[in-house]
Design a protein around this ligand. Structure first.
Ligand code: IMP
Length: 433
């Protein structure tokens, strides 16, 4: 058996799309376990670019089963829109390869309404896709699950109960409470198409692992956005860490063999919240412009900064990382010197652990940087570490040592071949890209 989880080790947008796509080639099943249409990655279908928010990129590979697990919140219109869009571009066999958990929760119109109203007043910079309110309904036990689409009589009663809870909040923000009908009626045509896709995904994923399948658990968002382990309250409402993968996919944690953390060679964040190594100088502009750091879902420019080693070590701990995939190393080309946060100065002295409880108070924890030499060579042709310029190699080794996690892969450009592979857990040895 082999089951590999790929986790964002920073604030999301670590370049997971390319890495997941690389590992998907070796997997027969790809499972998304958490989050919803707040994620986004770009697929290339017959030379055309399509941004998908729910479907895993494995959907483009014939014979790869794609699963949306029960930890997800699914917006049916988005899901069907993606299926239709890929279909229009000639992609076949989508419905045959896709299973959606009957226990995944639905993102409904009132979740998007509440998310938008709250963001307009006192937001934290969410993606406004209704994610937080959908998870709120789930834990308040007033959520609507995909399996509820089988019985519209019961579903309408559940929507009514949920709207009772939301009405005072919607009114307090000056919004108009939707009627049950206006929520339920548009779901009917969508339900007809989605019901045949539903299944008990926990059983399906567990069975695949037990019978020797190669299963890839595809993370969304990142460790520092995790509702338990992130920079609360500036977090998403799900559990993007490795522990969340077991819960959201519906498998035992001991079924996961390998956990890979993805980190950029620098750092970015979208939305509000602390970002201690953030830059507002020309280096920050370089990272944004050269790295094309604009949100795939919202188009927002991402905040940019230096890599934070204490934060990466924190991600290594809370996820139990076995390996690191380092992305976008090529974006650093052209910087004269590169800084890395190696510790924090606090009132209690210098610490090398990530002071997650202090960083939202200005001045309580100041990053301490080490400066490394930059390089000017392009990196896209490097296929082994020795192909890298000396300074880039030194940088990569510095990060690996500092994080205390072995490097599995280094990405040196957006294309598939622009990858240095040191270890592939699906095949147990280096594989050519
Ligand atoms: P929400 O997930 O839309 O509720 O947003 C909560 C926070 O998570 C905001 O700061 C978002 O910008 C951030 N966030 C959610 N999904 C992603 C993602 O896929 N990449 C990066 N940030 C995200």
């Amino acid at each position: 058996m082999s089951c590999v989880a790929v986790i964002g080790a920073q604030w999301g947008d670590e370049g997971k799309g390319k890495i997941v796509d690389f590992y998907t080639e070796f997997a027969n099943m790809v499972v998304r376990w958490g989050g919803g249409p707040n994620a986004g990655h770009t697929l290339v279908v017959n030379d055309d670019k399509v941004v998908v928010r729910l479907l895993p990129s494995g959907i483009l590979r014939e014979g790869t089963k794609c699963v949306l697990g029960q930890g997800m919140v699914v917006d049916l219109a988005v899901l069907l829109g993606e299926i239709d869009e890929l279909g229009r571009r000639g992609q076949k066999g989508i419905a045959e390869n896709l299973v959606v958990s009957n226990r995944a929760h639905l993102v409904l119109s009132y979740h998007i309404l509440v998310d938008g109203l709250r963001e307009a007043r006192q937001g934290i910079g969410t993606t406004k896709k209704g994610i937080g309110p959908a998870y709120e309904d789930k834990v308040r036990r007033t959520g609507i699950r995909a399996g509820d689409l089988a019985d519209f009589g019961k579903l309408a009663k559940k929507v009514e109960a949920a709207l009772d809870q939301w009405a005072p909040i919607i009114q307090a923000f000056g919004g108009e409470v939707p009627t049950v009908d206006s929520v339920v009626t548009p779901l009917e045509p969508l339900a007809k198409r989605v019901l045949p896709l539903l299944g008990d995904t926990s059983k399906i994923v567990d069975h695949a692992i037990r019978t020797g399948g190669k299963v890839l658990l595809e993370g969304a968002q990142g460790t520092l956005l995790d509702v338990d382990h992130g920079t609360y309250p500036y977090v998403t409402s799900s559990s993007p860490v490795a522990g969340g993968a077991a819960v959201g996919a519906g498998i035992g944690p001991n079924r996961i063999d390998t956990v890979i953390g993805i980190t950029k060679a620098y750092a970015t964040r979208v939305g509000g919240g602390p970002f201690p190594t953030e830059l507002d100088d020309s280096d920050g502009v370089h990272l944004r412009e050269v790295g094309a750091e604009f949100g795939a879902v919202t188009g927002r420019p991402r905040r940019t900064g230096w890599l934070d080693l204490p934060a990466l070590k924190y991600a290594a701990r809370v996820n139990g990382l076995d390996g690191l995939a380092l992305t976008k190393l090529d974006v650093l080309t052209g910087l004269k010197r590169i800084r890395v946060c190696v510790a924090y100065d606090t009132k209690e002295g210098r610490v090398t652990d990530f002071p997650i409880d202090l960083i939202d108070e200005p001045g309580r924890a100041t990053p301490v940087y080490e400066e490394l030499e930059g390089w000017s060579e392009t990196l896209g042709n490097a296929r082994v570490l020795d192909d890298l310029p000396l300074a880039a190699r030194a940088y990569v080794r510095f990060l690996e040592e500092g994080a205390g996690v072995p490097l599995f892969l280094v990405s040196v450009g957006p294309r598939r071949r622009e990858t240095i592979i040191l270890h592939n857990p699906f095949v147990g040895r280096a594989a050519a890209p």
